[in-house]
Design a protein around this ligand. Structure first.
Ligand code: CP
Ligand code: NVA
Length: 316
């Protein structure tokens, strides 16, 4: 075993938001994930987490994140425990600090998907073991790293590319802004007024982008955003926890659809990403989802390789 995933530079760190990592550290996650993917395809085992355990707390549903972390931990030689938040004492009011101080006695790492970013931060503050953010209302950092891995595979580079994000200025958009800023990719978010990314996240990302030469902007018109884009990205109009707003959002976002007409404004070799799950016919058409530009299932696959990289680097 000799891949970049053997590095001890990030050992013991939490993974709460992309903003916590330097451009060099993001490069290390990418190199580790590419190496792990190559080895898996070649049938080379890499049991670097033998004897280690990961607890996975979910207070929201998941297909990709749950399965890729669980399978990834198995492939690294460790043991994953799925902890539905409804089945542990958290649901009955046990505090996050007490949960953290208990779990750290059994586990080597915790992955958590929940609503408030503050809860993930509190868990990390009280647990001495690495805590990995598997999505909050604010950010989705493991997703963004798998996304840039996918872009790098298809485009051969990151710096100097342009990504257009069409839709809600949500958790996925936030993590992509933070990530693009660090790797020198320009990003334009097209969203309806009132659904822009959080100003604090945008301002911090713009400050980082100034150092890498990336240009970040928010516009209203989807066609203007995709002009000259190498990558077009979209996500659900209504995220988990916003189910009651679904009808209102379907109205507000109706022109924020990634369809064949919109893609014609982008570069001819544009690739289309979607974090999934998708609502076909809403934010993306069937035609684009299954069309020649779509790399969404490569992207979904890369969650596995990137999550293994994150666990290996933090927990070895
Ligand atoms: N993209 C993503 O996080 O998918 P899941 O909600 O299925 O985990
Ligand atoms: N923005 C979406 C992402 C799902 C992976 C949500 O939070 O539901």
């Amino acid at each position: 075993m000799a891949g970049a995933y053997m590095s001890k530079k990030l050992k013991g760190r939490d993974f709460l938001t992309i903003a916590d990592f330097t451009s060099e550290e993001i490069r290390l996650f990418l190199d580790a994930a590419h190496d792990l993917k190559k080895e898996l395809k070649a049938g080379i085992p890499h049991p670097v987490l033998q004897g280690k355990t990961l607890g996975m707390i979910f207070t929201k549903p998941s297909t990709r994140t749950r399965v890729s972390f669980e399978v990834g931990m198995y492939q690294l030689g460790g043991y994953p425990l799925f902890l539905n938040a409804n089945d542990i004492q958290l649901r009955r009011g046990e505090s996050l600090p007490d949960t953290a101080r208990t779990l750290e006695r059994y586990l080597d790492g915790i992955m958590i998907r929940t609503f408030a970013q503050e809860d993930v931060e509190e868990l990390a503050e009280f647990a001495s073991i690495p805590v990995i953010n598997g999505l909050t209302d604010l950010v989705h950092p493991t997703q963004a790293l798998a996304d840039i891995m996918t872009i790098e595979e298809h485009k051969g580079r990151l710096a100097g590319l342009k990504l257009a994000f069409i839709g809600d200025g949500n958790n996925v958009a936030h993590s992509l802004l933070q990530t693009c800023a660090k790797v020198g990719m320009s990003m334009t978010v097209a969203c309806p007024p009132g659904y822009e990314p959080e100003p604090r996240i945008l301002q911090e990302a713009v400050a980082d982008a100034a150092k890498t030469g990336a240009k970040l902007e928010v516009v209203e018109d989807p066609a203007a955003a995709v002009e000259g884009a190498d990558v077009v990205y979209t996500d659900l109009w209504a995220s988990m926890g916003q189910e009651e707003e679904q009808e209102e959002r379907a109205r507000v976002f109706s022109r924020y659809q990634v369809n064949t007409g919109l893609l014609e404004q982008a570069k001819s070799d544009v690739i289309v990403l979607h974090c999934l799950p998708a609502h076909l016919g809403e934010e993306i058409t069937d035609e684009v989802m299954d069309g020649p530009h779509s790399v969404v299932f490569d992207e979904a696959e890369n969650r596995l390789h990137m999550h293994k990289a994150i666990m290996a680097l933090l927990m070895q």
